[in-house]
Design a protein around this ligand. Structure first.
Ligand SMILES: C[S@@+](CC[C@H](N)C(=O)[O-])C[C@H]1O[C@@H](n2cnc3c(N)ncnc32)[C@H](O)[C@@H]1O
Length: 251
């Protein structure tokens, strides 16, 4: 079977840089969209300003853990779950070592090593990382005051099925934040399971509407907003995307 992108060294290096890199590491001579930096911190703050107990938080599809550490500022316990063994190992390494050296792409085969480190505000003693499957969460995880799913749903084989059971893991009045650029790809999600991005009976189906249809019974939609982010591929190439964040309160 083909190795998933999220198990590769390229993914580990790109995500460590995405989650922990500074503006100087990410932008060539400071050129680029600064509003797209610090995406994991901005995701980890999507509960801000909302009335909420801040005991337990969960980041599903946490990759190398940037948002988990952001949430550890406010929550007493934060669990990060990702399907990729390699990304979870790197998240755990950040918790243990606080600073690691990573190779980042410069041009072609050329790389250079840079240090990336945990922000001073992170509480590694409050975080727990585990490899797991968002499509098959164990009831033993318990319930959370805040669940974040950042750029996960368009990487799942059946996002509607994942969302159909998620209320079981949210405390009453708890908050869930879903961000996604809705980049539907058959490589990850068979077309019949896309939440949007196609015509049904001649009418466009959009993910935002499908999310409301799927979640409305259990969750109230509090807000929808744009969240730009930048993933650096090499010195002169970045992916600029605009995720949509939807914020939900469990009924
Ligand atoms: C586009 S990345 C987003 C990572 C991170 N949340 C962020 O915003 O930077 C998608 C993540 O979802 C993870 N993932 C894919 N399928 C998953 C599944 N079934 N369960 C848990 N995580 C999964 C991938 O390993 C990857 O880390």
């Amino acid at each position: 079977m083909e190795t998933s992108f999220y198990e590769t060294n390229k993914a580990v290096s790109e995500y460590l840089l995405f989650h922990y890199g500074t503006a100087e590491d990410l932008l060539l001579n400071g050129v680029g969209p600064k509003e797209a930096l610090d995406f994991p911190s901005r995701c980890g703050e999507l509960h801000k300003g909302l009335e909420l107990n801040r005991n337990r938080a969960l980041d599903l599809g946490c990759a190398v853990g940037g948002a988990v550490f952001a949430m550890s500022r406010e929550f007493s316990e934060v669990v990060g779950i990702d399907f990729s063994h390699a990304l979870i190992e790197s998240a755990q390494r950040m918790a243990n070592e606080k600073e690691v050296a990573i190779p980042i792409a410069v041009e072609g085969e050329l790389t250079r090593d840079i240090p990336v480190s945990l922000p001073n505000t992170a509480h590694p003693d409050r975080v727990q990382f585990e490899q797991g499957d968002a499509m098959n969460l164990k009831p033993e995880l318990g319930q959370f005051d805040f669940i974040l799913m950042a750029n996960l749903i368009d990487r799942l084989p059946d996002p509607a099925s994942c969302l159909s059971g998620i209320h079981n893991f949210v405390n009453d009045n708890g908050i869930m934040a879903i961000t996604s650029p809705y980049t539907w790809l058959e490589e990850y999600t068979p077309k019949e399971n896309w939440l949007g991005g196609y015509l049904r009976d001649g009418s466009p189906v959009r993910a935002h509407d499908t999310l409301i249809a799927l979640l409305d019974e259990r969750f109230e939609l509090l807000d929808s907003r744009n969240l730009p982010f930048l993933i650096r591929e090499h010195e002169r190439k970045n992916q600029y995307s605009i995720a949509q964040a939807t914020i939900w309160r469990k009924r």
